[in-house]
Design a binder for this molecule. Structure first.
Ligand code: DIG
Ligand code: MN
Ligand code: MN
Length: 393
């Protein structure tokens, strides 16, 4: 069989959650259109598609309320499936949003018994994730929010969330686990407003934690887009801060509910720019963590369509990475984006403040009229990107 350069391999570090390809097609307005899949079959099918790993919420694998014996049997079967199909579990997380007890939130709920149960459930789920080999633990606070903000002081909500993350960091340290936390933001849905709505909010929040070095972010394309923000800018800020611990890739059309569409299926230009950033093809430091597709197939799809969806996510990422390499190797592109330098000014801008440098900087002659008139050739640059994406370069 001829070599397909777009065929995913384990080296690509592609992962899917059990809940993504296992999504049965249920939505708020309709019943499931697909059978619920066994987690072990999902492992096999993802392996056949070329994925590297599979992620999970506790309840994706262990039904809520399972006995210890049932839990151990399920885990044993799942571990065998992972071994049989050469798959790993890079990330785990807790479902703190499905059970009715979390209807007012989990870590931020007004009832201390709910907050205590959320901690209990998360510690148990962390043990499961560690047992399966996870090195990243995601917190998506799907129910940490409000419909009516009269229900609690939002400052208190922040304090409760901080207590939970600080407490669980200490739990991980006490157990000696090699585990980092990644906080995932979303502006709304299922709550009217969700606290810590964007990756930027999460980065500011992380700076207030006791063990902030253990905690990073897990930005999701759909969630940042729902907030009307640039996923690429927000991921870049996290990368520059050394806080991009994980990433959720999918597709989203602006102004809509959280669609979690196949990666690259909507805003192809922004998907290209995100892949270019992650792959570092412009000469920047690449992201080397898991590439997780937190997405699901259209409700219209049967089982075969689900695996078309999974292959599509991975193929589009690889095709965009190949396009990004070509774009940044294009001499015309490189010429336009070549770093502007100035032998006299660069040393002043590259050094910390001093009275002497301030004096020199303020004495520097700058021809503002000539600079203001100069064209930057960004129209040509963006057209080169479009033509590259359309296969015309
Ligand atoms: C939703 O975007 C959330 C949940 O699916 C999960 O907790 C997290 C991990 O990817 N993303
Ligand atoms: Mn989502
Ligand atoms: Mn997500």
């Amino acid at each position: 069989m001829s070599h397909d350069p777009i065929q995913p391999t384990r080296d690509d570090r592609f992962t899917f959650g059990l809940w993504t390809v296992g999504n049965p097609g249920r939505d708020p307005f309709g019943a499931a259109t697909r059978a619920v899949q066994d987690p072990c079959r999902i492992v096999q099918k993802l392996s056949e598609c070329g994925a590297w790993g599979v992620n999970l919420h506790d309840e994706d694998l262990i039904p809520f309320g399972s006995s210890a014996a049932k839990r151990d049997g399920i885990v044993a079967d799942f571990k065998k499936a992972l071994d049989d199909h050469g798959m790993v579990v890079p990330m785990a997380t807790t479902n703190l949003f499905s059970q009715p007890i979390f209807k007012d939130g989990a870590f931020t709920a007004n009832d201390p018994k709910v907050r205590a149960f959320a901690l209990q459930k998360t510690m148990t789920a962390i043990e499961l994730g560690v047992e399966l080999g996870a090195s990243t633990y995601v917190f998506w606070g799907g129910r940490e929010g409000t419909e009516t903000d009269a229900c609690r002081d939002p400052q208190e909500a922040t304090r409760r969330f901080r207590h939970a993350i600080d407490y669980l960091c200490e739990f991980v340290k006490d157990r000696g686990y090699d585990l980092r936390f990644a906080l995932e933001a979303k502006p709304n849905e299922p709550r009217g407003d969700i606290y810590l709505a964007t990756t930027g909010h999460m980065l500011a929040f992380i700076a207030t934690l006791k063990n902030e070095e253990m905690v990073g972010v897990n930005p999701e394309v759909a969630h940042e887009s729902m907030a009307g923000l640039s996923m690429t800018h927000n991921v870049a800020q996290a990368m520059e801060a050394g806080k991009l611990f994980h990433i959720d890739l999918n597709g989203q059309r602006i102004g809509r509910y959280d669609q979690d569409l196949r990666f690259g299926s909507e805003d192809l230009k922004q998907a290209f720019l995100l892949v270019r950033l992650l792959e570092g093809t412009a000469g920047t430091t690449p992201y080397t963590g898991p590439l997780h597709f937190d997405a699901h197939a259209y409700r219209t799809e049967d089982d075969a369509g689900v695996w078309d969806f999974a292959r599509g996510c991975m193929r589009t990422y690889k095709l965009l990475a190949e396009r990004a390499r070509g774009f940044d190797a294009d001499s015309e592109v490189r010429d336009i984006i070549a770093a502007m330098t100035d032998a006299a000014i660069d040393p002043l801008l590259g050094a910390p403040y001093s009275a002497a440098s301030a004096e020199a900087l303020r004495a520097m002659p700058i021809d503002i009229d000539t600079i203001a008139k100069r064209g930057l050739r960004y129209e040509r640059l963006d057209q080169l990107m479009i033509e590259n994406l359309m296969g015309a370069r």
